[in-house]
Design a protein around this ligand. Structure first.
Ligand code: PLP
Length: 388
């Protein structure tokens, strides 16, 4: 049997159309509709007998389906669907599979927590939350739950969850497991291989990689994704073909970029860990980090995200405001390094008490370590820590 191609090769070649004019990659079909030679041919596509272009809002556009095939290949999935944003992917996921209750394990992106905690319950969806401290009682919390959702590593605490064990427990209760793999990327972590049923991404981050597109992804078996397709279609969550083309461009360099993010973040974490003004560095690549052993087991690299904790809010705000090279901006996963204060951005909508319960302190700075030279990032962090 032929050996499966390695990841970098798949990122470049998989999903690309065999273009009759010889373009080495799928051209941008910036069209909303496609014409048919006959009604019979149109019905073949409408009724699902022949896959093919039809109407872009359905996702039936070659630029979109091409990047979906690449995304499926990169995540090791049978199928993938592209969305207008990470939140669009999450909302279709919850609408399609959340009917029997959603259990969110551990911390998650603030928008996901707001959707699950405040908005979806208004429509009658049952949602539950457990933190890492309650993980031994996971079996009890799984009663009457149809979908388990988690991020690993988490945002912004970088907690690492055992995907294989949680998948087994979820399946024993008849529930599906969906993993937000945004922080890790498929280069560093492959949740489907570990037993998860669905992978979700904010492709706005590492998959896009250049802070110039907003998109989301769900990947999994065709059967498990099928119910999300109709929600995406009728909620109007299919992105413009330009976005799909930009994303395909970015995916061709994903492994190269992620390897560099991993190396830079490790160097920055080691520098910060030894600095006297730093209280704590949360990074799975540090050997004495609590999640390190599990991260070594289930990840191939530790990622570009780390959180540094200073003594208090005033020190954290002052440090972020003194950074010159690293920008004070939310988001992550781009070529440029970014710093953000979770209390002011990702978790701003959460009460101070809830942040405290989740261990998100006002002294935390989340860093998205980019592709610059590590020495320059360290110099910037040093001057910001030591000035004043
Ligand atoms: N998941 C994670 C881990 C995120 O960090 C974000 C956004 O910051 C999202 C999901 C939502 O993604 P988007 O902004 O593309 O909707």
């Amino acid at each position: 049997m032929a050996r499966e191609r390695e990841l970098s090769t798949r990122c470049i070649h998989d999903g690309e159309l065999d273009d009759p004019l010889g373009s080495p990659f799928t051209p941008l079909y910036n069209t909303t509709t496609f014409r048919f030679p006959s009604t019979e041919a149109l019905l073949d596509v409408v009724e699902g007998r022949t896959p093919g272009p039809l109407y872009t809002r359905y996702g039936f556009n070659p630029t979109i389906t091409s990047v979906e095939q690449k995304l499926a290949s990169v995540e090791g999935a049978e199928s993938a669907l592209l969305f207008t944003s990470g939140m669009a992917a999450a909302s279709s996921l919850f609408f399609a599979h959340g009917r029997n209750g959603v259990l969110c394990v551990g911390d998650a992106y603030g928008g996901t927590l707001e959707l699950l905690g405040e908005q979806l319950p208004q429509l009658g969806l049952k949602t539950r939350f457990i933190l890492d401290s309650d993980l031994e009682r996971l079996d009890e919390h799984l009663e009457g739950i149809g979908l388990v959702f988690l991020e690993t590593p988490t945002n912004p605490g970088l907690a690492v969850f055992d995907i294989a064990t949680i998948a087994e427990q979820a399946h024993a209760h008849g529930a599906l497991l969906a993993v937000d793999n945004t922080f890790a990327t498929p280069v560093n972590q492959r949740p489907l291989e570990l037993g998860a049923d669905i992978v979700m991404h904010s492709a706005t981050k590492y998959l896009g990689g250049h802070s110039d597109l907003t998109a989301g992804v769900l990947a999994g078996s065709a059967e498990v994704l099928q119910p999300t397709f109709g929600w995406r279609k009728n909620l109007g969550q299919v992105p413009a073909p330009e976005t799909a083309a930009l994303l395909a461009r970015s995916l061709r360099t994903l492994p190269l970029r992620v390897e560099r993010h991993n190396r830079n973040a490790q160097a920055v974490a080691e520098f910060l860990q030894d600095h006297p003004k730093v209280k704590r560095v949360l990074y799975p690549g540090l050997p004495d980090y609590p999640g390190h052993a599990l991260a070594r087991q289930q990840m191939r690299g530790f990622g570009g995200m780390l959180t540094v904790e200073l003594a208090d809010k005033a020190s954290a705000v002052a440090m972020v405001d003194r950074l010159k090279l690293i920008a004070n901006a939310p988001s992550l996963g781009g070529a440029e390094s970014l710093a953000t204060l979770p209390f002011a951005t990702t978790h701003h909508g959460m009460s101070a008490e809830e942040r405290q319960r989740r261990g998100i302190t006002d002294g935390m700075i989340r860093l998205s370590i980019g592709l610059e030279d590590a020495e320059d990032l360290i110099d910037d962090l040093r001057q910001a820590l030591e000035a004043g």
